[in-house]
Design a protein around this ligand. Sequence first.
Ligand code: RTP
Ligand code: MG
Length: 155
Amino acid sequence: LVASMEEVEETYVMVKPDGVQRGLVGDIISRFEKKGFLLKGLKLFQCPKELAEEHYKELKDKSFYPKLIKYITSGPVVCMAWEGIGVVASARKLIGATNPLQADPGTIRGDLAVQTGRNVVHGSDSPDNGHREIAGTVRDGFDAATEASDGFDAA
Ligand code: RTP
Ligand code: MG
């Protein structure tokens, strides 16, 4: 085993607008649950343009970038934090190749999608990006909510 595969990690998984609209959220959650990963947080929200641009900033010079931003902001997304041993790389395997026609059967994209520009789900490509993506979405406002709750209890 590779050493990094033995570490408990967190990754960010996001069901993209097409996946939410097509009613695939349950299937996608179920695959991660059945694999044995732990759901640590979940939020449904409409991704603001600024956050989409931050999320895909490495791709901003690509020809498809404007379409990508339009797609990802076109409807609600379901963003999740998943925990487990080697979950960052494993989630990418469960999700499958970027182009769904090249994704293996048994993967989410291989089973559920056809087009690269409608590929249903995102998974972080590194633990650092996972932490950053989770902080900006699933856990955004988490500390403030905790403080507000403490204030309420004290009153
Ligand atoms: P993601 O970040 O969404 O999990 O996808 P990925 O790692 O498999 O692929 P990435 O290279 O990060 O690309 C991000 C998303 O951009 C769209 N894309 N379109 N040639 C194209 O038209 C093209 N290439 C990439 C896809 O929606 C891809 O998931
Ligand atoms: Mg990517």
